[in-house]
Structures are given as structure tokens and as C-alpha cells.
Design a protein around this ligand. Structure first.
Ligand SMILES: C[S@@+](CC[C@H](N)C(=O)[O-])C[C@H]1O[C@@H](n2cnc3c(N)ncnc32)[C@H](O)[C@@H]1O
Length: 164
């Protein structure tokens, strides 16, 4: 695992993310912010060692690696466009082989049994596949009872159109 040597002041709120090499994060994400998003989510998501987590639209799977590394969870890293082979290489390079399982598949056609996951997360991706109003009940079917769905995504802070 590549780790950073120094901590910038602005990163003191994100002590887990600050341990990671920011060049590695930028190379393997869309905007370089994905671990901040994952760490924010984990501040409210009670992940425990051994939980099974689905990371939907994982991209380069570094959020999956982060969750496995920092919380000891098993992560299924699903993305439609990113290569599972590339993601598997990254998983092996970071020592997370066996704890992160990359899969190239569509979040709208998931190959998992019902009630399989302790948590489903999605960072900056849910809008690509989850906007159909039927999607929420579909994805929830893969989560065990009393478990978790955590979404981090861009949003507006106010209505853009005033209803007439
Ligand atoms: C903005 S990127 C975010 C990637 C990653 N979560 C991150 O934060 O770096 C959105 C990701 O969603 C994936 N995606 C889009 N549609 C998808 C679908 N139907 N099923 C699975 N993944 C999808 C894309 O391939 C892309 O990697």
C-alpha cells in the first residue's frame, strides 16, 4: 500500500484518507476526492470487520480497497466500464487479495443472491444507474434486513425550477 508521509492541515478531518498517496488516488479516480467521500460515509455507516459490502460503480476500486484496508470488510467492487482485471491487479498490489472481489457488471443486473450484503455503498455513481424509481427497491433486495445503503453523490441544495 502506498502511503503519504505528511499530513496537510486541511486533511486533519480525514485522518484515514490522509494516509494514502494522493497521486495514487488521483491516478485511480475521477476527481481525486473519492476517498474523502468514502471516509465521510464511514463516519455514519457502522462498518465492522467481516461485513460483506457491495461498492456499486466503484471505478478503479480504490474505495473498495480503502474499506477493506481500514475496516476489515469484504468488498465486492462492481463497475460496468472499468476492467475487472485492472482492478484485480490494483487489489493485489495493495495486499487486499481475497478481501476485495472486482466484477465488471451492470448495477441494474446484479448476479447476487437476495439478502447477501451487510451494506451497499455508491460513491459518485448512483445517478448513472439509480434514477429509475424502481431501482431503490431492486438494490435493497440484496441487502440483509436492518442493514445499510450509503450513497454519496452530487446534489443541488435547492430546487432549480419553481413549481407553477
Ligand atoms: C463518476 S464515476 C465514479 C467512480 C468511483 N466511484 C469514484 O468515486 O472514483 C461513475 C462510475 O459509475 C460506473 N457506472 C456507470 N453506469 C454503471 C452501471 N450501470 N453499473 C455499474 N457501474 C456503472 C462508471 O463506469 C464509473 O466508473
Amino acid at each position: 500500500m502506498r502511503r503519504r508521509e505528511s499530513f496537510a492541515d486541511e486533511e486533519k478531518l480525514f485522518l484515514l484518507t490522509a494516509k494514502y498517496d494522493q497521486d495514487w488516488v488521483k491516478e485511480n479516480s475521477y476527481d481525486g476526492l473519492t476517498l474523502y467521500c468514502a471516509e465521510s460515509l464511514c463516519q455514519v455507516l457502522p462498518l465492522k470487520e467481516g461485513m460483506r459490502v457491495l461498492d456499486l460503480g466503484c471505478g478503479w476500486a480504490i474505495t473498495s480497497i480503502f474499506l477493506a484496508q481500514e475496516f476489515g470488510v469484504e468488498v465486492w467492487a462492481v463497475d460496468l466500464e472499468r476492467s475487472a482485471t485492472d482492478n484485480y491487479r490494483r487489489v493485489k498490489e495493495t495486499g487486499m487479495k481475497g478481501q476485495v472481489i472486482p466484477l465488471k457488471t451492470d448495477a441494474r443486473n446484479l448476479p447476487f443472491p437476495e439478502n447477501f450484503f451487510d451494506a451497499v455503498i455508491s460513491i459518485d455513481a448512483y445517478g448513472y444507474f439509480g434514477l429509475d424509481e424502481r431501482y431503490l427497491s431492486y438494490v435493497v433486495s440484496f441487502i440483509k434486513t436492518n442493514s445499510w445503503l450509503g450513497i454519496v453523490d452530487g446534489a443541488f441544495t435547492r430546487e432549480l425550477l419553481t413549481p407553477v
